[in-house]
Design a protein around this ligand. Structure first.
Ligand SMILES: [Zn+2]
Length: 488
């Protein structure tokens, strides 16, 4: 099992119950074809992200070049080659009879294809040949990446996931991460304004955020914060970096900065954790951004990042196949309310039982998927939290709920499209914030293999949280960092 595929295979193995070698072989034997209809707005970017994302996973990959000009074919070929030149893109002239999955970025039905099309900041995916997607909004880069991530997820379901409880094969899926609904909200248009933000964590999620922001070309300043270097294993799960980066191992902030600077952003790189960023802010060396996006994989790192107390802390999370959004504000719920400190105990099962309401006897059957029946005895809040995780094995719940604090070195199973979906949720919320689109929902979660299904909630501050116990200190911190600024 190659190192860059190991995390994806671990995840696939957990889902399918098959061993990693059997799975890798099955994936390597499966041909996936992608067709990009010319003349569809946002299709070229969606096609590129689908192909480069699938190239990070095992499997045969072909571009059906029907209707595409040679320049587009060459550009897609070279984009895929930067990820892995030893597994080049096949280019075919017509649909392949032996394909396991055929993806089409387009509207008009072609026999045997799953169609996907960007729509505003979101996308539509149509698996039923009798249905016609009808995008109504001019797509932006976020819509193209949503389309790509949904298409990659659908592909993964067909190639890897046999267990029907673990997947929903969509006839017609529509989702907009700005509206957190099926459709973009036409009544509340986006403002295309320059941004001034920090991105804490340039890993699987952060690199996907950098990719989307680069393609959105909003302009402005982005402070990038991450202490690590890119490693060979990151090629299989990140949205930036390929063959060269796997060999040269640049700093992760440099990789994201390169993509953003090429798109016209000013960047400031902090090689460290958010504690380092806060130090630089309080020393007057970095002007503090009012909006922070975080893509972190531990609870302590999230709690530390909250101590900046920006106007908006938009946290993105992944666990197993779940992608989540937490939108924290200084008066609460802050990110510490979302991720309360738990008494250090040696009993993870007891902790999970307390957090979910599920009995320990049930949690011990970790391999069995969570069912609707399991939710029956729980409170409405507990049910809401767990409903989007129905179908997942119970042993993955702690991660999906952000209850584990595996550090960056931890070996988390992951696939790139789950992190991309988390990044889409975060960038969607960023666009909502800068466009003055207010949301009641400050928590949202979806399972990449089931699609968004009402996984939103309005969380309240926690009484014994720092933000509620020390409001004067928070106000003072914020006045010092943003003097004269309006307190939101
Ligand atoms: Zn709080």
């Amino acid at each position: 099992v190659s190192i860059e595929h190991s995390r994806a295979l671990l995840l696939a193995s957990r889902i399918s119950g098959l061993d990693e070698r059997t799975l890798e072989q099955r994936q390597e034997e499966s041909l996936v074809t992608v067709r990009v209809d010319p003349g569809i707005a946002g299709a070229a970017l969606a096609g590129r992200v689908i192909l480069t994302t699938l190239r990070r996973l095992p499997g045969r990959l072909a571009l059906d070049r029907t209707g595409l000009p040679s320049t587009t074919v060459a550009a897609l070929d070279s984009a895929v080659a930067t990820i892995d030149p030893r597994r080049p893109l096949e280019v075919i002239e017509a649909p392949a009879a032996d394909a396991k999955v055929r993806i089409q970025v387009g509207v008009a039905p072609t026999a045997g294809h799953i169609r996907v099309v960007p729509d505003g900041s979101g996308a539509q995916l149509v698996g039923d040949p009798a249905l016609m997607p009808h995008p109504v909004h001019r797509p932006n880069a976020l819509g193209s990446v949503v389309a790509a991530a949904l298409a990659a997820a659908e592909t993964f379901k067909h190639v890897v996931v046999d267990n029907e409880e673990r997947r929903t094969i969509h006839r017609w899926l529509r989702f907009c991460p700005v509206a957190l609904a099926r459709h973009p909200d036409a009544a509340r248009p986006l403002k295309a304004a320059a941004i001034d933000i920090a991105l804490v964590g340039c890993g699987a999620i952060g690199s996907a955020v950098a990719l989307i922001l680069a393609e959105l070309r909003l302009g402005g300043r982005i402070v990038l914060c991450d202490p690590e270097r890119y490693g060979p294993e990151n090629r299989g799960t990140y949205s930036l970096g390929g063959d060269r980066e796997a060999r040269e191992q640049p700093l992760k902030v440099d990789l994201s900065a390169a993509a953003l600077e090429a798109a016209g952003y000013e960047t400031i790189k902090v090689v460290g954790t958010s504690a380092e960023l806060i130090k630089l802010v309080d020393a007057g060396e970095v002007a503090p951004p009012r909006i922070v996006l975080s893509g972190l994989d531990s609870v302590p790192a999230r709690r530390e990042t909250q101590m900046l107390f920006p106007d908006h802390l938009i946290d993105m999370a992944t666990g197993d196949t779940a992608a989540g959004l937490h939108h924290a504000v200084p008066n609460g719920p802050c990110l510490r309310c979302f991720f309360p400190e738990r008494a250090a105990g040696p009993d993870p099962l007891g902790e999970l039982a307390a957090a979910t309401g599920l009995p320990i006897s049930r949690l011990k059957r970790g391999g069995d998927a969570l069912t609707e029946a399991d939710l029956a005895g729980l409170t409405p809040e507990q049910q809401l939290e767990l409903r989007s995780l129905v179908g997942q094995p119970v042993c993955g719940l702690a991660e999906a709920l952000g209850l584990t604090s595996t550090d960056a070195e931890g070996y988390l199973p992951s696939v790139p499209f789950v992190s991309q979906l988390a990044a889409c949720l975060g960038v969607g919320r960023l666009l909502a914030v800068v466009s003055d689109i207010r949301h009641e929902m400050n928590f949202f979660q979806l399972d990449a293999l089931h699609g968004p299904a009402g996984g939103g909630d309005c969380r309240r501050p926690i009484d014994d949280c720092y933000c509620q116990q020390r409001p004067a200190v928070v106000r003072q911190l914020r006045r010092r960092r943003w003097p004269g600024g309006e307190l939101s």
